[in-house]
Design a protein around this ligand. Structure first.
Ligand SMILES: Nc1nc2c(ncn2[C@@H]2O[C@H](COP(=O)(O)OP(=O)(O)OP(=O)(O)O)[C@@H](O)[C@H]2O)c(=O)[nH]1
Length: 229
């Protein structure tokens, strides 16, 4: 749009500055075989072509920008948000909750015995499991929740405006959906969760550490479960 406007301004300037119309008239007077009503359509066609060219380049540039932006905030394998985007979002949520005094819940999830899947079924199947797992998260969570790939086979979820009893329901729902999910090559995977609820009165590092400690506890207690701080 900006380019079209600039092109039009350019043409307007051209016509005004060098008295283009007068030059056209002179040109048609000097060249008997060139009538004004033949020259103007030529200029008009050139202007439209140029505007169209500028528009298509602008559209292409916007497409590149959108792709680059998506790549900068999304994980390329699972299409969930990446770690950097998530930490920015969580930091923002902590500030919001500190003011609103509404709670949010942080869920750290780690797939159980994922190394075994890679080792027995191959890395490609492992990747398929990670993608399928992410799809379950996206399907089960609310639009207001933010899910991200935290790294490797670890995922993280921010549930806004969610207190401890609601977090319990979310954890049950997710654990059940994940247990039922069948991945390629008839693979089944369970997951362990560490969950903490906060009112934004702690630092991000402390909140994540609490969830991580709970996750570790869940792993040591036999996996396939949720542990709350
Ligand atoms: N296919 C695939 N594997 C990955 C990816 N990222 C990390 N991994 C693998 O995930 C495995 C994680 O193994 P561990 O940290 O031992 O965890 P685990 O086997 O799930 O064991 P527990 O966490 O104790 O249940 C390693 O084999 C990594 O190579 C990935 O993007 N794709």
């Amino acid at each position: 749009m900006i380019i079209i406007v600039l092109v039009n301004i350019g043409f307007f300037w051209l016509f005004a500055k060098i008295d283009m119309l007068e030059k056209l008239v002179e040109f048609s007077e000097d060249h008997e075989d060139w009538e004004l009503d033949e020259i103007i359509p030529v200029f008009f066609t050139m202007a439209v072509s140029l505007a169209y060219f500028a528009y298509s380049r602008w559209k292409e540039a916007m497409g590149f920008y959108r792709t680059a932006h998506r790549l900068s905030i999304r994980d390329s394998l699972t299409d969930l948000y990446n770690r950097r985007y998530f930490t920015e979002t969580l930091q923002q949520e902590i500030s919001n909750c500190n003011r609103s005094k509404l709670p949010f819940t942080l869920i750290l999830i780690d797939l159980d015995d994922f190394k075994r899947i890679n080792d027995t079924m191959g890395h490609e199947t492992g990747d398929d499991v990670l993608v399928g797992f992410s799809q379950v998260l996206s399907k089960e969570l609310r639009k207001s929740d933010t899910a991200a790939r935290w790294g490797g086979e670890e995922f993280i979820i921010l549930c806004r405006n969610t207190d401890n009893p609601s977090a319990q329901m979310i954890a049950d729902k997710l654990l059940n959906a994940l247990r039922k999910k069948i991945y390629p090559k008839d693979t089944h995977v369970t997951a362990t969760m560490g969950i903490t609820t906060s009112f934004g009165n702690e630092t991000m590092e402390i909140i994540i550490k609490k969830a991580d400690d709970c996750l570790y506890t869940g792993k040591s207690r036999g996996k396939n479960q949720a542990v709350f701080a």
